[in-house]
Design a binder for this molecule. Structure first.
Ligand SMILES: NC(=O)c1ccc[n+]([C@@H]2O[C@H](COP(=O)([O-])OP(=O)(O)OC[C@H]3O[C@@H](n4cnc5c(N)ncnc54)[C@H](OP(=O)(O)O)[C@@H]3O)[C@@H](O)[C@H]2O)c1
Length: 315
């Protein structure tokens, strides 16, 4: 598994990271979830992404249980803070950052996380307070580096402009063949400031595997078949999008790949993308998907992808 350096940090992370939203500690049975993580480790994945709010702590607890048997220096652990953990616990105040990180570390059974990410921007807390608190947790050795998810360029620049506070090394946007909006302003801003992209939902929650065909019923046991889990992927179930994704099949096939592998190698074609965070409900998906990290797509393939997707791409 190839590795890339994350922004201006000294973290070397696998091009494929394994995430835990909606899956581990939640919908995926314990033994299967553990098999996914172990398979990933065996195949060279060293980067694991979670958040305090995934299953209200359950995803972190699960990862803590499984990773406790792995030497701490062998994996890069990223978690997040911002979304509600109770009626009164939410946001990026100094108090919350200290309190939520301590709780995350306890669940994750470790003294430090490699990357602590602000899950969203907190409009109710002064940015100075958030950045000062992040500086404190880095100085205390509880987080090695800090990052954010879905912040706007002007918010990123405002954080960068503050004196004597820690600098972000990582950005976590939603990015895939279907949703390229971060290319417009986020990627160039971060590139200038030494911030790498760790992109989420690179398979558009499974849609870019091609398994949701426009003329077939939604497969059983898939995320979209579950009303609760499938809520956030509904936007992709437009016949035009599913039809365009179906046109990717022959392009992938001509390269000896699946649509999922093509979609993942497509996000990794951009050197500003440090890693793609995949979700996996089965170890076979981990195995199948990480093949993408070995593939370099040529310009003719990229052009064919653009023609196949046409105007369903959000730019
Ligand atoms: N920062 C944020 O706000 C944010 C938001 C969302 C996600 N994330 C992070 O990004 C991670 C990945 O997000 P995601 O789960 O949306 O990623 P994704 O990789 O786009 O979708 C993953 C899902 O697609 C299906 N799938 C994956 N590989 C497959 C294959 N080869 N064949 C068939 N189906 C396959 C699986 O679901 P089924 O098998 O159940 O269908 C799997 O759980 C999350 O775990 C989380 O760590 C962050």
């Amino acid at each position: 598994m190839r590795r890339r350096r994350l922004g201006s940090s000294d973290l070397e992370v696998s091009e494929i990271a394994l995430g835990s939203w909606l899956t581990y500690g939640q919908s995926v049975e314990r033994s299967r979830a553990e098999a996914c993580v172990r398979r990933a480790l065996d195949l060279g994945v060293n980067f694991f992404d979670t958040a305090n709010m995934y299953g209200r702590g359950a995803a972190e607890s699960f990862l803590g249980e499984v990773l406790v048997s792995v030497p701490r220096g062998e994996y890069v652990l990223a978690t997040k803070v911002y979304f509600p953990m109770s009626d009164t616990d939410r946001g990026l105040s100094r108090e919350q950052i200290h309190k939520q990180l301590d709780a995350s570390l306890e669940r994750l059974r470790t003294d430090y996380v490699d990357l602590y990410q602000c899950h969203r921007y907190d409009v109710d807390t002064p940015l100075e307070e958030t950045m000062q608190a992040l500086t404190e947790v880095v100085a205390a050795g509880k987080a090695r580096y800090v990052g954010f998810s879905q912040w706007k360029p002007r918010q990123i620049r405002a954080a960068y402009a503050l004196a004597d506070t820690v600098r972000f090394v990582s950005s976590q946007p939603r990015y895939s063949m279907l949703d390229r909006r971060p290319e417009r302003r986020l990627f160039p801003t971060c590139d200038e400031l030494g911030i790498g992209q760790v992109v989420y939902s690179p398979l558009a929650q499974g849609v870019l595997t091609g398994k949701y065909a426009p003329d077939r019923p939604v497969p059983e046991n898939s995320r979209a078949a579950n009303p609760e889990l499938g809520r956030t992927s509904k936007r992709f179930f437009d016949p035009a999008i599913l039809g365009a994704v179906a046109r990717l099949g022959p392009i992938a096939e001509s390269l000896g790949l699946s649509t999922a592998q093509l979609a993942l190698s497509w996000v990794l074609r951009d050197s500003r993308v440090t890693a793609a965070i995949i979700g996996a409900s089965r170890p076979e998906q981990v195995e199948h998907n990480i093949v993408a990290a070995e593939i370099d797509l040529d310009q003719a393939t990229l052009d064919a992808v653009d023609r196949a997707l046409g105007d369903v791409v959000r730019r």
